[in-house]
Design a protein around this ligand. Structure first.
Ligand code: Y12
Ligand code: CO
Length: 171
């Protein structure tokens, strides 16, 4: 089922997500809903809190070398931990909860992570470049943080002014 995506400045986006303890059908349905919702909005990453479920769950589905976004490349991540990071990289990020806004953010270029899959199996792996960026962006959601919080003071001020104007125009 396609669910509604919560957008900034909804306070739920600031909530710290909770650890998943039970890997049951409810979690599987939530993961399926997240995938359908993300694809329906042309997204490549989504955290469950963005559809109103503050749980430690995120999904990432990057396009492949042929620019095709295949479901077989979908990564479902539950209870993630970033264990180690290396280097830095700059990327112009976007977020389905902050639609039509993109800005450069600096993050680690390489990460070692640990998480569980939909059946509770423990996974340990390493990611770099876009996958590492997406993973860090989505983990921030689980901590109640958005990429706009990483902007400089002046960029954030400009964003807030533009965003208020945009929201007002939609009322
Ligand atoms: C690198 C950086 C950040 C991420 C996090 C995941 N971000 C997204 O999936 C962003 C998607 C997005 C899609 C949009 O298109 C539509 O909504 C149709 C979009 O444009 C508009 O809102 C008009 C903005 C963001 C992963 C990797
Ligand atoms: Co986001």
């Amino acid at each position: 089922m396609i669910r509604e995506i919560i957008t900034y400045p909804n306070k739920l986006l600031k909530v710290k997500s909770k650890k998943v303890e039970c890997f049951d059908q409810e979690i599987h349905t939530l993961l399926d809903d997240m995938y359908e919702t993300m694809i329906s909005k042309n997204g490549i990453g989504l955290a469950s809190v963005q559809i109103g479920e503050p749980l430690d769950i995120l999904i990432i589905n990057l396009p492949n070398k042929d620019d095709k976004q295949l479901k077989e490349d979908l990564v479902e991540v539950i209870n993630p931990k970033i264990i180690q990071t290396k280097g830095t990289t700059l990327y112009t990020e976007g977020c389905l909860s902050v639609p039509e806004y993109y800005e450069d953010v600096e993050r680690a270029q390489w990460i070692e992570v640990e998480y569980q899959d939909r059946d509770g199996n423990l996974i340990n792996c390493e990611y770099d470049d876009l996958m590492a960026i997406a993973f860090q962006h989505e983990c921030d959601h689980l901590n109640g943080e958005l990429f706009i919080e990483k902007l400089s003071y002046l960029k954030r001020k400009k964003f807030e002014k533009e965003w208020k104007k945009k929201i007002k125009g939609k009322k």
